[in-house]
Design a protein around this ligand. Structure first.
Ligand code: SF4
Length: 309
């Protein structure tokens, strides 16, 4: 029997927020002015192969503004699409726990104490969550909910090497355990379409996530952004990029086998059109999502379908 969440075939972030907080929220992308150990020479100088100059946070606000100013700017930009007054403060660009804890405390406290912020959402790497940071996150979670987003992308070592992720799977597992011991929800990023992966390998990453104590997932189709090392690689070694139908087949299978309690925060990548080099069909996000929802319906796909057999 098909399960529907707010009319969708999967447990969307929107459905989770309505169920849990009884309202829709708007996410404001903030810029804490961070860097990343994969870029500053600690682990590497060139970052993950797909990472843009903006640190995979190209929609984030101007880093020269204070956090409060960024929130106000984000609220005014949201006015066209959102009439509520509840926001998620999303520290998106670079690695947002890669700074002295005193600096992080100031940034995150300014965000979480803003009266219109309901949730603090922090994107980071699992190898940047020392005990002092976890202690801070635990303290902040006493004020309002705190979410942590981890860029795992894949479980396969060969793919992790290709994308230059810079940490191994046990590091991710330890971070999840420690975050969950502090009752902090974990959202995991997965990249689909890495050139050395076939369908079974992508599904193996999702099956693995089902075994982990995670609460959310963001699926991204590998995007080639201009001026990245991936763009250079693609020019020298063109590889197959899924077309829209192929991607729907991949994402449909991922949804079918995903544990039904895991909230799907994103179903495809969301890079800025000005930077997108390929695949260009992903540029019209609204149209892609509408067609994806139609595909899930036509093919009678719903989250957890296979998992529950
Ligand atoms: S960890 Fe994130 S910010 Fe750092 S290089 Fe990779 S994608 Fe970019």
């Amino acid at each position: 029997m098909a399960v529907y969440w707010n009319g969708k075939r999967y447990y969307s972030l929107d459905a989770y927020l309505r169920q849990t907080y009884n309202e829709k929220m708007y996410k404001i992308s903030l810029n804490g002015g961070m860097t990343c150990p994969n870029r500053d020479g600690t682990l590497g100088n060139r970052g993950c192969i797909f990472c843009s100059a903006g640190g995979s946070g190209d929609f984030a606000a101007d880093r020269t503004l204070s956090v409060a100013e960024q929130i106000e700017q984000g609220k005014s930009q949201a006015l066209r699409k959102y009439s509520g007054n509840s926001y998620i403060a999303y520290f998106q660009a670079y690695t947002n726990t890669y700074a002295p804890v005193s600096h992080l405390r100031k940034l995150f406290t300014e965000a979480i104490c803003h009266p219109d912020i309901r949730i603090l959402d922090i994107a980071t790497r699992p190898d940047c969550l020392g005990s002092d940071i976890l202690h801070l996150l635990t303290e902040l979670a006493q004020i309002k909910p705190v979410w942590i987003e981890l860029g795992l992308q894949t479980i396969h070592p060969q793919s992790a090497d290709f994308i230059r992720r810079g940490y191994c799977l046990p590091v991710f597992e330890q971070a999840v355990r420690r975050l969950r011991a502090a009752h902090i929800p974990v959202i995991v990023h997965v990249v689909l379409g890495i050139p050395c992966e076939d369908m079974e390998q992508m599904l193996a990453t999702v099956r693995y996530l089902n075994t982990q104590d995670i609460q959310g997932v963001k699926f991204h189709l590998l995007h080639i952004l201009k001026d990245t090392d991936l763009a250079d690689y693609y020019q020298r070694h063109p590889f197959h990029l899924p077309d829209m139908e192929e991607y729907f087949e991949i994402i449909g299978k991922c949804i079918s086998i995903l544990r039904p309690d895991i909230v799907i925060h994103r179903l495809t990548g969301d890079g800025p059109k000005s930077l997108l080099a390929a695949p260009l069909w992903t540029g019209n996000k609204r149209q892609v999502l509408n067609q994806m929802h139609a595909y899930l319906k036509t093919h009678d796909i719903w989250q957890g379908k296979e998992f529950m057999r």
